[in-house]
Design a protein around this ligand. Structure first.
Ligand code: CDP
Length: 225
């Protein structure tokens, strides 16, 4: 029996646990993991490092044809430099939703993402994966959790990375603000894709979510793993 080309789309709001879950599922099922949020973050980092205004469309777009974003050995490269840590800085988090709202930025990232998925079995997480990037994905999931819980998780994650000067209620507010921008933007807003399985992870551990997804994926008899 021929193996079916697998593409798994995971969408959901900030801090729902998508990337941790996707990484674990990728490892267990030997899939290529693609963190699309990291790509928008990398471009935002470049905008900030060049001293440009993320809310000024023409300034943001001025770099688009002159930017290279690639993944290799679980690292993300921006114009040849590994930027894994820099893209998680608070300043990038605060501005990424402005940068990712411009259709021209999205077009470039979506093209890159679709190319990555062409010849590989992939699991991809983001905001528009099941709706725009991989509308024909073999599996679609929407992972969410209450904003307070998502803020708490982000707080702990930053604390573990030795960030000081953290304020939980500010982080929750930032997350709500990002949810609002991501859900109300004109271009590819965050929404539940048709036919997606919705997982509320508020009261679930990461491993419980991972097991749930794998159960759904393996339970689908179209797929031979
Ligand atoms: O990890 P976290 O949930 O904080 O977010 P992320 O996946 O790193 O994505 C950061 C931001 O990039 C999101 O808030 C969106 O504004 C944008 N994004 C997007 O517009 N489309 C995607 N496919 C992925 C991310």
């Amino acid at each position: 029996m021929n193996k079916v080309h697998i593409s798994i789309a995971i969408d959901g709001p900030a801090g729902a646990g998508k990337s941790t879950v996707a990484k674990k599922v990728a490892e267990k099922l030997k899939l290529e993991y693609i963190d699309t949020g990291a790509m928008y973050r990398a471009y935002t980092l470049k905008v900030l490092e060049k001293g440009l205004d993320p809310q000024n469309k023409s300034e943001v777009l001025s770099l688009i044809d002159d930017t290279e974003i690639t993944f290799s050995n679980n690292h993300i490269y921006l114009d040849g430099e590994i930027v894994d840590d820099k893209i998680r800085e608070n300043n990038v988090s605060k501005n990424v939703s402005y940068v990712s709202s411009y259709p021209e930025v999205r077009k470039k990232m979506v093209e890159l993402q679709q190319k990555m998925a062409e010849n590989n079995n992939v699991i991809m997480d983001g905001r528009d994966i099941g709706t725009v990037v991989l509308p024909n994905a073999t599996h679609k999931f929407f992972i969410t959790a209450k904003p307070e819980e998502r803020g708490k998780r982000r707080y702990i994650e930053l604390l573990e990375k030795n960030h000081d000067d953290l304020n939980l209620s500010e982080i929750i507010e930032d997350i709500k603000k990002r949810d609002e921008i991501d859900s109300t933007r004109e271009e590819s807003p965050l929404r539940i894709p048709d036919n997606a399985i919705v997982v509320d992870s508020t009261n679930l551990t990461i491993d419980e979510v991972v097991d749930l997804l794998i159960e759904f994926i393996k339970g689908d008899n179209k797929i031979v793993l």
